[in-house]
Design a protein around this ligand. Sequence first.
Ligand SMILES: [Zn+2]
Length: 135
Amino acid sequence: MQKYEYDKLLNRAISSLPEKVVVQERFEMPKGIIFHEGNTTILRNLVEIADKVNRDVQHIFSYLLKELGTAGDIDGERAIFQGKIPPKKIQERIEKYVNKYVLCHECGRPDTKLVKINRTLILKCEACGAIRPIK
Ligand SMILES: [Zn+2]
């Protein structure tokens, strides 16, 4: 009788633990593989970065073009930017993107979603529930 009660309590305690807490791991900022080719600058792992932060490739790419003030194309897994852009400048913009569109400002985790409420783009955290409008 007593044993049975104990197991029941234990099961209840385990099943009430949020899953996210158990599998938590530290977020690592994605690193761009960037080099120059003729008069263009290549970001070799654009698609990989987008996958890692769970965002749309086109969304990141458009942001980078705007921030860098240049034109470019997506070529398979890579982004090609017109002109010789210092790699450091591109890496900084990638980090800016992640801070703005991916990481939760409350808990610092990347488990977030972009949602549109009325006309405002909102970053919603699935780990802690925080919401923040993106300006
Ligand atoms: Zn959060």
